[in-house]
Design a protein around this ligand. Structure first.
Ligand code: HDD
Length: 674
C-alpha cells in the first residue's frame, strides 16, 4: 500500500490486504459470518451487531449510476506500441519514438443499460486510455467513422430519442421505435450515420473484429509547433466480420454476454486481440478543396483520397482483475490529451470536452475520481489541487498555492509549469474561420446531408446493400407513426432510389415525394474501404467451429476436423445431445455461438436428430446464417429436415475442404431465402 504521498502522485492504492482472516472494514477479525447476533436462539436481531450492520450498509451502497450512454461495456488492459514513429508530425513523446505504453480499453454498446445484451443492432464504443509518460491521452471513439449529429447541443435530444421511450420504459437497447426515427427523420444530418447503423457494422461478430475511429479531425503538433490535421483509425488484425441479423437476434437469447465472453476468453487463452493504429493527415489547403467540411463529424475522408498510414499497434493482453474497480470506474474523457495532440473547432468535439468530466463527477461521486487506480496517470502528477471528498493522497508541507517563496526558507515549494508543457495551437483561422463575431450557426458545407450517405450505400457489396434495406424495413416496421416512416422514405429517395424502392416494398407502402436537399449532392467515387465484405479476411483465426457428434459417428473424423481447425488458427468444440458425450450440450450451444459446423453422425443418429428441434435448428440456422457445413451422406436426414440445399459452403468431412470453406460466409446463399 502506498504511503499516500507517493512521488508519482497516485492516490494510495487501496488493495484489499492479503491474509485469510475475514475482517470488518475496520480490520476486526470476524468469528461468525453465517449468523446475526440475536437476543436468544429465536429472538430479534440486535442493533448492536456491528458486523451485520456494516455488511448490509456496504451492500446497500454497492451500485453507482450507470453511464448515461455506453452503459454496457467490456474492458481489457494491454499496451500500445509505436512501430513507425512520427516526430515530424507530433511531439507526443510516445508517438515520436518507438516503444510501448500501457493502455486500458473499453468497448461498449450505446443505447442499452448496463445489464442489456451484447448483440443489439447498435454502434460499438471503442475507448482507449493511453498512460503515456506525459500524461493520459484518451481516444474515445466508435466503430463507425461518423456521428449522428454535427453539434453537441443536439446530443441530449439524440440520446433521449434513442433510449427507452419516456412513458413506456421500452424498448431496451434498440433504435426500432417511434421516437428515434421521428428525431432522425427531422435531422437529415444523421442520415449518413443511419446508413452505417443499418449496415452490418452494428451487428459485429466479435469486438475483436471491429474497426475503431477517433471520428473528429484532431491536430498533431510537432516540436516546432507546426500543426497537421489528423483522423485516427483502428484496424483489427482479425479483419472485419459481422453476424447476420437473424443470428444476432438469436445470439441475444443464447448468450447475452456473447461478446464480453468472447473478449475475455480470447485474452485468457493468450489469443490477444490486436489492432493497428492508422492516421490520415492533411493540411488546411487540402481541406478547403473538399466537397465537405473536415470539422463536420457526419463526414469521413475516403481512404482512397488520403491513405491510412499505420503507425502502431494495440494489443490487449490482460483481463481486468475486477470488473467494477476497473471497467466500471474507468473515466474516459476526450479532453484528456497530451502535448503534441490538440483539438479542432469541430462543434461536436467542443461539446464533448465539457460533458465527460462533468458526467464522471455524477457517476463517481467526487472530484477526486482521477485518483482511482484505473484513472490515475502512471507518470508523475503534481499540482496544487487539494482536498475534496474521498481525497486519498496525503500531500506533505504547506505549499498548496503558487507562486510561493517557500523554497527560500528551505521548504518544498511544489511543482512549476514548464516551457515544454501543453500549449494550445493558437490559430482559429486556418480553416477559413473568422472569429470576430459570436454566432449560433453552422458552416455552409455542413448543410450537405446526403452525398456521403449515398457514398456509403453505393460502396457496399450487393449482399450488404440487401442487409441495409432489410434493416430499414425491420426498424421502420416498428415505427407506428405513419408520417415518420414516410419522411424516412422521402430521405432514402434522395440517397438512392433503389434503396428507397426496396424499403417501400418491404413495408408495402407507397413512395412519397423525395425530400428536398438544401445543397446539391456530390457524387463521390465509391470507396471499397467502407465495405465489410470487400475487406473480409478469409481466416479461421478468432473463429470457432462446432462439431456435432453422436454415438454412431466416426470420432477419428471429428478429431481430424478439430485438429485441422486448430492448425488453421481457429477453435473447435465438440457438441452432443448429451453433455457427458462431448464438451458442450447441443440444446445450450446453438449454432449462433459458432462460425461453422460439422456433423459427424451415424445414419441412425441423423434420423433421430432430425426429429429433435435443437438439432434441426442447429443446422438450419447455420445454413440460414451463411455458414459452412461439413457433413457426409449419413447426415442426410438431418440436412433434409433442416432444409439444407448443397452449395459451395456445404462440404464433405474432409478436413482440408471444410477448413477452407469455414474461413468465410456464403452471401450468395441468401438469394435462396426469397
Ligand atoms: Fe460520448 C460516453 C463515444 C459524442 C457525452 N462516448 C462515451 C463512450 C464512448 C463515447 C465510447 C464510453 C466511454 C467508456 O467506455 O466509458 N461520444 C462518443 C463518440 C462521439 C460521442 C465517438 C462522437 C464522435 N458523447 C458525445 C457527445 C456528448 C457525449 C456529443 C455530449 C455532449 N459520452 C458522453 C457522456 C459519456 C459518454 C455523457 C457517458 C459516460 C461517460 O461519458 O463517461 O459524457
Amino acid at each position: 500500500m502506498s504511503d499516500g504521498n507517493d512521488k508519482r502522485g497516485n492516490a494510495g492504492e487501496l488493495h484489499q490486504r492479503g491474509g485469510d482472516t475475514l475482517t470488518t472494514n475496520q480490520g476486526i477479525p470476524i468469528s461468525d459470518n453465517q449468523n446475526s447476533l440475536k437476543a436468544g436462539t429465536r429472538g430479534p436481531t440486535l442493533l448492536e451487531d456491528f458486523v451485520l450492520r456494516e455488511k448490509i450498509f456496504h451492500f446497500d451502497h454497492e451500485r453507482i449510476p450507470e453511464r448515461i450512454v455506453h452503459a454496457r461495456g467490456s474492458g481489457a488492459h494491454g499496451y500500445f506500441e509505436t512501430t513507425d514513429p512520427i516526430p515530424e508530425l507530433t511531439r507526443a513523446s510516445f508517438l515520436a519514438k518507438k516503444g510501448k505504453v500501457p493502455v486500458f480499453t473499453r468497448f461498449s454498446t450505446v443505447a442499452g443499460g448496463a445489464g442489456s445484451v451484447d448483440t443489439p443492432r447498435d454502434v460499438r464504443g471503442f475507448a482507449v486510455k493511453f498512460y503515456t509518460e506525459e500524461g493520459n491521452w484518451d481516444l474515445v471513439g466508435n466503430n463507425i467513422p461518423v456521428f449522428f449529429i454535427q453539434d453537441a447541443i443536439k446530443f441530449p435530444d439524440l440520446i433521449h430519442s434513442v433510449k427507452m421511450e419516456a412513458d413506456k420504459g421500452y424498448p431496451q437497447a434498440a433504435t426500432a421505435h417511434d421516437t428515434f426515427w421521428d428525431f432522425v427523420s427531422l435531422m437529415p444530418e444523421s442520415l449518413h450515420m443511419i446508413m452505417w447503423a443499418m449496415s452490418d457494422r452494428t451487428i459485429p461478430r466479435s469486438l475483436r473484429m471491429i474497426e475503431g475511429f477517433g471520428i473528429h479531425t484532431f491536430r498533431l503538433v510537432n516540436e516546432e509547433g507546426k500543426s497537421t490535421f489528423c483522423k485516427f483509425h483502428w484496424k483489427p488484425k482479425l479483419g472485419l466480420q459481422s453476424q447476420v441479423w437473424n443470428e444476432a437476434v438469436k445470439t441475444a437469447g443464447a448468450d447475452p454476454d456473447y461478446q464480453r465472453r468472447d473478449l475475455f476468453e480470447a485474452i485468457e487463452a493468450g489469443d490477444y486481440p490486436e489492432w493497428e493504429l492508422g492516421i490520415q493527415t492533411f493540411d488546411a489547403e487540402w481541406a478547403e478543396k473538399q466537397p465537405y467540411d473536415v470539422l463536420d463529424s457526419t463526414k469521413l475522408i475516403p481512404e482512397e483520397d488520403i491513405p491510412v498510414r499505420i503507425i502502431g499497434r494495440l494489443v490487449l493482453d490482460r483481463n481486468p482483475d475486477n470488473f467494477f474497480a476497473e471497467t466500471e470506474q474507468v473515466a474516459f474523457c476526450p479532453a484528456n490529451i497530451v502535448p503534441g495532440v490538440d483539438f479542432t473547432d469541430d462543434p461536436l468535439l467542443q461539446g464533448r470536452l465539457f460533458s465527460y468530466l462533468d458526467t464522471q463527477k455524477s457517476r463517481l461521486g467526487t472530484a477526486n475520481f482521477h485518483q482511482l487506480p484505473i484513472n490515475a496517470p502512471k507518470c508523475p502528477m503534481h499540482n496544487f489541487q487539494r482536498d475534496g471528498q474521498f481525497q486519498m493522497a496525503v500531500p506533505k508541507g504547506r505549499a498548496n498555492y503558487e507562486p510561493n517563496s517557500l523554497a527560500e526558507v528551505g521548504e518544498d515549494a511544489g511543482p512549476r509549469a514548464i516551457d515544454r508543457g501543453f500549449a494550445t495551437v493558437k490559430s482559429m483561422t486556418d480553416l477559413g474561420n473568422d472569429p470576430s463575431e459570436k454566432l449560433r450557426v453552422r458552416a455552409e458545407l455542413f448543410g450537405d446531408h446526403y452525398s456521403q450517405a449515398r457514398l456509403f450505400y453505393r460502396s457496399q457489396a450487393k449482399a450488404e446493400q440487401g442487409h441495409m434495406a432489410d434493416a430499414l424495413v425491420f426498424e421502420l416496421s416498428k415505427v407506428a407513426i405513419d408520417h415518420v416512416r414516410q419522411r424516412i422514405l422521402a430521405h432514402l429517395r434522395v440517397i438512392d432510389e433503389d434503396l428507397a424502392a426496396k424499403v417501400a416494398e418491404g413495408l408495402a407502402e407507397d413512395l412519397p415525394k423525395a425530400a428536398t436537399p438544401k445543397r446539391d449532392i456530390v457524387d463521390m467515387n465509391p470507396s471499397d474501404a467502407l465495405s465489410i465484405v470487400k475487406n473480409a479476411k478469409h481466416t479461421l483465426a478468432g473463429r470457432k467451429v462446432g462439431i456435432l457428434v453422436a454415438d454412431g459417428g466416426d470420432m477419428a473424423k471429428a478429431e481430424a476436423i478439430k485438429q485441422a481447425v486448430k492448425a488453421d488458427g481457429g477453435m473447435a468444440v465438440m457438441i452432443a445431445k448429451e453433455r457427458g458425450k462431448a464438451e458442450e450440450q447441443l440444446a445450450g450451444t446453438p449454432s449462433v455461438t459458432v462460425d461453422a459446423i460439422a456433423l459427424v453422425l451415424g445414419a441412425d443418429d441423423a434420423k433421430k436428430l432430425s426429429k429433435y428441434k435443437p438439432a434441426v435448428d442447429f443446422v438450419s440456422d447455420a445454413f440460414a446464417h451463411l455458414k459452412a457445413i461439413a457433413a457426409d451422406d449419413a447426415a442426410k436426414p438431418l440436412l433434409d429436415a433442416a432444409g439444407v440445399e448443397v452449395d459451395e459452403g456445404v462440404t464433405g468431412l474432409e478436413p482440408d475442404a471444410f477448413v477452407k470453406a469455414a474461413r468465410m460466409r456464403f452471401y450468395d446463399r441468401e438469394a435462396k431465402f426469397w
